[in-house]
Design a protein around this ligand. Structure first.
Ligand code: GDP
Ligand code: IMO
Ligand code: MG
Length: 427
């Protein structure tokens, strides 16, 4: 039963890294299918605290081969830095263990400059991107002028094409944004050098997956970001530029839907968001601050404080539907200890009408107008971090988990009670 997809069920940072790390112990292949180094996936295990950006979260499981899939966007310079950081931590990262799909698109320094320039122009309407060049790189892919990782095989041709694209980007920086151009020569030389270092990692990503399926290997697909940041199904325009939903694994890696047996939606026991855009259950009070402090809710990639709020099952039902979730991995239940009364959003009131649906397609203004209808549940005092069986949780915590299962009509198969690898409750 070969393919499992792990997808973020909220606005990212749900704890996908640690869930993938756990599932990867039984996987042969762990493949990232979307996004770039805008992602920050944390694993706390074997004495390491890793903040991974592009390298799949299977890297600590030596039997798993990690693939950075064709649906991703790769900054060659940042990837080399990440590989070096992992090696310095004593983790084996070789072309045998890490593969780069030739179809992935490449982020150039000028993509990053354009990302910043667009945000500056948007002013108060800025998306709050991670400034990693993600949007401009996917835009070049859609405009059919992007550079693919396959080019890294031939550093000279890559350097020539990178130079041409950088010059085009510079013209936009000057003419559209009245900004200074980026230096061309030194950037191109750095990229040529990076290409030579990355060549050994290249594979045909779809062929790699095809062969793995033919050998009945266990394939674990790792999503970045989350359902509500999806370009098509998220809170547009406050989204990323890729497809974090489960369907993105199919297009991002190159296999058909019949191969998929499990779709695990990772959700925090509350909700967070980084960047701008509507957030119906956001708490701008002491409880929000408490969640941020106790949950250490600061971005792995940018260090920005995350916005925090109550759990929203309108969102989780939506995630269950657009991803076809077979189960939920609920993380950070431990962070809720000590809050006397917990609230869960069960529906929205929008302009006087009550709806159980998340109005993603109606856009940000309608989502911003949604007033959550809450159900209240009693909290618990006990520290959950040492608990390893669901029946040993305080009865209030058991009731909280069971209520989510009922409201989302999806089973919770994994409960996180701390960041460490072993701090989890399995069925
Ligand atoms: P990702 O982007 O979805 O992989 O999530 P991040 O790594 O950006 O953010 C999740 C944060 O929560 C990380 O700091 C994790 O170490 C931490 N974390 C994950 N699961 C748990 C949990 O069950 N309890 C606690 N307290 N922290 C957790
Ligand atoms: P992981 O994989 C949370 C957000 C940014 C911004 C929007 C667009 O760690 O869950 P982008 O740089 O992608 O163009 O920014 O998306 N964002 C994330 N938020 N977790 C992430 O990744 C994110 N990646 C992007 O904050 O609002
Ligand atoms: Mg993250």
């Amino acid at each position: 039963m070969p393919v499992t997809i792990v997808v973020g069920a909220q606005w990212g940072d749900e704890g996908k890294g640690r869930v993938v790390d756990d599932l990867a112990s039984r996987a042969n292949v762990v493949a990232r299918y979307n996004g770039g180094d805008n992602a920050g996936h944390t694993i706390v295990a074997e004495g390491h605290t890793l903040g991974l950006h592009l390298v799949p979260s299977g890297i600590l499981n030596p039997q798993a081969i990690c693939l950075i899939g064709g649906g991703t966007v790769i900054n060659p310079l940042r990837l080399l830095e990440e590989i070096a950081t992992l090696r310095n931590a004593g983790i084996e990262v070789t072309p045998e263990r890490l593969k780069i799909a030739a179809g992935a698109h490449l982020i150039l320094p000028t993509h990053r400059a354009l990302d910043g320039a667009q945000e500056l122009t948007l002013g108060e309407q800025a998306i709050g991107t991670t400034a990693r060049g993600i949007g401009p790189t996917y835009a070049d892919k859609a405009r059919r002028v992007g550079l693919r990782a396959a080019l890294l095989r031939d550093p000279d041709t890559f350097a020539t094409q990178a130079r041409t694209l950088i010059i085009t980007h510079n013209e936009r920086l000057i003419n559209l944004f009245q900004l200074k151009p980026q230096l061309v020569g030194p950037q191109v030389e750095q990229l040529r050098d990076a290409a030579a270092q990355l060549t050994p990692y290249l594979v045909d990503g779809a062929a790699f997956i095809t062969d793995a399926l033919a050998e009945n290997k266990e394939i674990l697909c790792e999503g970045a970001q989350g359902t509500l940041l999806d370009l098509d199904h998220g809170t547009y325009p406050f989204v990323t530029s890729s497809s974090p939903i489960a369907g993105g694994a199919l297009t991002g890696l190159g296999f058909g839907p019949k191969e998929v047996t499990r779709v695990v939606g990772v959700a925090k026991a509350y909700t967070t968001r980084v960047g701008a855009g509507a957030f119906p259950t956001e708490l701008l009070d002491a409880t929000g601050d408490r969640l941020r402090d106790i949950g250490h809710e600061y971005g792995v990639t940018t260090g920005r404080p995350r916005r925090c709020g109550w759990l929203d099952t309108v969102i989780l039902r939506y995630a269950a539907q657009v991803n076809g979730l077979t189960e939920i991995a609920l993380t950070k239940l431990d962070v809720l200890s000590g809050i006397p009364t917990l609230k869960i959003a069960v529906a929205y009131e929008i302009n006087g009408a009550i709806t159980p649906h998340f109005p993603a397609e109606w856009g940000n203004e309608i989502i911003a107008a949604a007033k959550p209808i809450y159900e209240e549940l009693p909290g618990w005092e006990a520290d959950l971090r040492a608990i390893r069986r669901r029946e040993d949780l305080p009865t209030e915590a058991q009731a909280y988990v069971a209520r989510i299962e009922a409201l989302v009509a999806t089973r919770i198969s994994f409960i996180g009670v701390g960041p460490e690898r072993e701090s989890l409750i399995l069925p």
